[in-house]
Design a protein around this ligand. Sequence first.
Ligand SMILES: C[S@@+](CC[C@H](N)C(=O)[O-])C[C@H]1O[C@@H](n2cnc3c(N)ncnc32)[C@H](O)[C@@H]1O
Length: 402
Amino acid sequence: MTSAVTQPTGNVNPPAAADAGTEPGDESPDESGRPFRFYDNRQKYLTFVTTCDEKWRVAERASRELVRLRPQPPALRVFDAGIGDGTVLAHLMRAMHREYPTLPFYVVGKEISLEDVRLTLEKLPDRFVEHPQLVVVITNMHYAEAPVLNPNTAAKQEKMVMETVALSGTSSHSFGEQLRDLDDFLAEHWRVAPSEKTGNPLYVTPTALVLHREDQRFALDAVLPRKDEPKADYDLVVASQPWRSRSSADFKVKRILDPLSRSLRSHGLLLGIQSVGDDPGMEIIQGIWPGEQPFPVNRHDLLKELHSSLGDDVRNFDLMALPADEACLRYSMHTLPNEIGSSIGTSTLFAAWNAAIYVAQIEDERVERAVQEGSYFDVTAKVLQDNGGLWFNDETFVVRKH
Ligand SMILES: C[S@@+](CC[C@H](N)C(=O)[O-])C[C@H]1O[C@@H](n2cnc3c(N)ncnc32)[C@H](O)[C@@H]1O
């Protein structure tokens, strides 16, 4: 029922089942309890983000949806379901400014990793300069809680911190300084503790950090979130790579897609993006682990599961798998001209290997065994030479609320 999250007041949290004590995206658990942790893979993530153009392509794809939105006062409302290092969001906010230069923006992002929050804050100063009527909220809360900025138990609501920071001045340098000054606050409020049930890191203090320009406080009054008035009515939700690929459709939908779809406003849309394979990246993976299937749940499976999970409310939504060519989003590893010749530099080979194992979400122990075995560089080099480079396929889908 969408009204459950669009009412302006009252208990607006999704059912407790949506939060069984784990964080579906950031720590990427799956129900089989595989030993895979996002934190263990930080180095791989950052290398991947800087050597491949996926995050920019995702932002560009999301930007294409902006013209279809029908924002209503007081603001254009966007939710990023896992900010990561902030690259997607920073690009998207620039595109939002181009499309809607005079509308106030309310941008909420969910991120549990302290390092990623820091990387995101670094990308914000120029956004506050170019688009003064901007409210950015960063929260460590779970998927079912973050869109409404409200934890889903009374005990956690009691502990919740909503910290509003009014940035003074007008320059990006001064905004940058003030955002860096938040370091102590972040270190204290973005602490995690292992779940007793699963060992996955969970937030200690549910927190929402609200940022806006001090000189826009009056104009943004109706846009600023209020702790006692939780609501989620987003024009656009971006769910880019929000899960462990081997988790079941049921898990992904219950924990992520269902609550996110219900947080859309009328005419709002959710853009989902996940890896799909059938690309040179998978050739590397299959060359080392023949028969490996990292992406067992495609967009059709997800939308079928979402259809049943939404129950009677499904009539309020269009679930759009999109035709194959429209759904496909191809991205590449950056290479220099003439780099893929008879001998390929070690750093390029390493970047390619890293991207392949990151995208296929291969556990560290298996990667270590393959590295010890030793053929991984040869396999990677051959795939790069055969294809003249390295690219990957993502697939996209759209959920639109009527
Ligand atoms: C930090 S979140 C994603 C954050 C952000 N939405 C983004 O797109 O960068 C990290 C999770 O996404 C997965 N992930 C990120 N990019 C991926 C990709 N291209 N292919 C597969 N998994 C990816 C990671 O394994 C992890 O489970």
